[in-house]
Design a protein around this ligand. Structure first.
Ligand code: PEP
Length: 252
């Protein structure tokens, strides 16, 4: 049985006190959603310790949105995986399309970040996905395959057991456009096949999340698909009620 996961990527939103209120709202309403759903919130670095405190006593887990490629040292402005782990993070989002696009993150960088994450006991939420041009040219399968082969294929079998994949078509992120449930299923099944080519039966256990304008109105239809194990949620994670309502989308 694969984990069902709803993870909130807050991106660069909320001031610390607002983030604490948001986390408290998620904690307060969590009981209305099946305990079978694993909720994760990923606030900005500056909020992590305060949000960790707000989540205490709940089963909602904490993640960061990024980590450094190096362990420590003279890397001004960077935040090490060991630092976020020390603040209570269990997860770290890596390879988000905004990091790839605006900060030039390549597979070479991501391989180093993945190593740092695992060395510090964090589970990476590794994002893959094509842009609109690639989708329209029918290249989406090749794009996600390369993103997986260049990074995930370098993991050991042990590391692979602690991995979450998020499929996020760039054209659906923050645009209000969502992949149809069938489009999501098609590429999630493909991703699982690519994972199985390297990791065999273990691929059946890897949670694959959908991300891209997922909201309460469309979550149930998308999550009903066989190979969709939940969502990585941006905009809709900024309202506790919407974030929780997405969790209610699980009917399987
Ligand atoms: C994201 O960027 O991870 C995301 C899924 O954003 P949104 O839900 O706002 O499209």
């Amino acid at each position: 049985m694969r984990k069902k996961i709803v993870a909130g990527n807050w991106k660069m939103n909320t001031l610390p006190a607002e983030g604490v209120e948001l986390a408290k709202g998620v904690v307060a309403g969590r009981g209305e959603v099946c305990s079978c759903v694993n909720f994760i919130v990923c606030p900005p670095f500056t909020h992590l310790s305060m949000v960790a405190e707000a989540l205490k006593g709940s089963d909602i887990e904490l993640g960061a949105q990024n980590c450094a490629a190096e362990a420590k040292g003279a890397y001004t402005g960077e935040v090490a995986a060991s630092m976020i782990a020390a603040l209570g993070c269990k997860y770290v989002i890596l390879g988000h399309s905004e990091r790839r696009q605006y900060y030039g993150e390549t597979s070479a960088t991501l391989n180093k970040k993945m190593e740092q994450a695992y060395a510090n006991g964090l589970t990476p939420i590794y994002c893959v996905g094509e842009n609109l041009e690639e989708r329209e040219a029918g290249k989406h399968f090749d794009v996600v395959k390369a993103q997986i082969e260049e990074v995930v294929y370098n993991l050991t079998e042990e590391q692979f057991k602690n991995l979450v994949i998020a499929y996020e078509p760039v054209w659906a992120i923050g645009t209000g456009k969502t992949a149809t449930a069938d489009q999501a299923q098609e590429i999630h099944a493909y991703i699982r096949k690519v994972l199985a080519e390297k990791f065999g039966a273990a691929a059946a256990e890897c949670p694959i999340l959908y991300g891209g304008s997922c909201k309460p109105a469309n979550a149930a239809e998308i999550f009903a698909k066989e190979d969709v194990d939940g969502g990585l949620i941006g905009g809709a994670a900024l309202k506790a009620a919407d974030f929780l309502a997405i969790g209610k989308g699980f009917q399987k």
